[in-house]
Design a binder for this molecule. Structure first.
Ligand SMILES: C[S@@+](CC[C@H](N)C(=O)[O-])C[C@H]1O[C@@H](n2cnc3c(N)ncnc32)[C@H](O)[C@@H]1O
Length: 190
């Protein structure tokens, strides 16, 4: 029987890396000039590559060995340093006060939020973006509610942080425009 890890490994054999998440791309000006950053559940690591390009020391964790191997090769090709690690982030979350920046995109494990917030150093930033239950019809985002944020839920999960950015377009207005089917947040640790 295939495990979840096998499933992700087979997806990553020929998947494309893509671009960094909107929340990071659009708010990269909030990043510190130096420090330690983590791309958690990184997949092929587009966020990690963006953080490394910015000049941060970057760690990238995912339980898919295929993804971590491909990220290492891509970082090498680009002349960037990324410390990739095959790691189950639920079983082994980041240690308290270990990062200045944590980026999570398109991954939701609700029980992990207290540890993510704890893992930030004072002044550290959490960039989070993932899928929501309010999806325009025909949307290709995941449909399993276990992996989807309810309206306003990301705000609640990150309540201990100082809010710098929040975006959730929901289903208002012209659904052909805007940032649909996701919520995005940047929060700072006091
Ligand atoms: C939808 S992908 C998102 C990847 C990347 N963050 C992005 O935005 O493209 C979800 C990722 O979570 C990883 N993942 C799921 N559960 C995990 C766990 N318990 N520990 C580590 N990685 C996990 C999968 O291997 C996959 O790479």
């Amino acid at each position: 029987m295939s495990t979840r890890v096998d499933l992700w490994n087979s997806r990553y054999v020929d998947a494309e890396c893509g671009a960094a998440a909107w929340v990071l791309h659009e708010h990269a000006h909030l990043l510190p000039a130096k420090g330690d950053a983590l791309d958690l559940a990184c997949g092929l690591g587009a966020n990690a590559l963006r953080l490394a390009k910015h000049g941060l020391r970057v760690w990238a964790w995912d339980f898919s060995s295929v993804a971590i191997e491909r990220l290492g090769a891509e970082a090498g090709r680009r002349g960037l340093a990324v410390h990739g690690e095959v790691r189950d982030v639920v079983a082994a979350p980041p240690a308290p006060a270990s990062f200045d920046v944590i980026v999570v995109s398109h991954f939701l494990e609700r029980g992990l939020f207290p540890q993510l917030i704890d893992a930030l150093r004072p002044g550290g930033l959490l960039f989070y973006q993932t899928f929501t239950t309010e999806r325009p019809e025909g949307s290709s985002t995941p449909s399993n509610p276990a992996f989807l944020l309810k309206p306003g839920e990301l705000l609640e999960l990150c309540r201990p942080l100082r809010l710098l950015v929040y975006r959730e377009d929901s289903l208002f207005g012209d659904l052909r425009q805007g940032l649909r089917a996701v919520a995005a947040l940047v929060g700072a640790k006091a």
